[in-house]
Write a protein that binds this ligand. Sequence first.
Ligand SMILES: Cc1cc2nc3c(=O)[nH]c(=O)nc-3n(C[C@H](O)[C@H](O)[C@H](O)COP(=O)(O)O)c2cc1C
Length: 179
Amino acid sequence: MRVLVTYGSKRGGTEGIARQVAETLRVEGLDVELRPPGDIDDVSAYDAVIVGGALYANRWFRLARRFVHRHAQKLRERPVWFFSSGPLDGSAEQGEIAPTSQVQALMKQVGARGHMTFGGRLEKDAKGFIAHAMARTHAGDWRDSGHIQQWARSVAAQLRPGREGRPTPVESGPELQLH
Ligand SMILES: Cc1cc2nc3c(=O)[nH]c(=O)nc-3n(C[C@H](O)[C@H](O)[C@H](O)COP(=O)(O)O)c2cc1C
């Protein structure tokens, strides 16, 4: 089972989540490639694909959107999961946040099996006029390793036929670091 994990990340926070998803899937015994979307010409070599997108004004960062549009036909033929990142507060840990309408449309386009919203990160010295202004009040890292690992384990369980329903305790497995 070869799995592609890819991401549209403007400032690196979503890339860090994608890395942790990939590491967790590897620990779960899957053959995983973590690659930026621009590196991928064809998804035919993969049995399953996970796409993460950074949210900007309720829309996925363009590299993630572009990846989905470009590979839509082949993505429809294999299991696909999406994740979004992310709210700059604790809301993603207080209850499941539904995908935005744009992300829902992308999910529909490829028949994505599931979606999760994770908290985001904004650095104090974020570049860009709006990001810099936002950082004055919203800088911080709300990415939650436990949540990310738990979700990645649930995807791994769905990718292993016959092992659905296997308990996936949050505490198990090695401690993984977010970068
Ligand atoms: C200008 C701007 C707009 C944002 N809009 C949203 C949004 O609509 N929804 C949301 O949940 N997070 C929003 N965020 C937070 C980002 O999604 C968060 O910082 C995320 O971790 C960025 O990912 P990246 O580092 O991979 O680019 C916004 C951040 C900035 C700077």
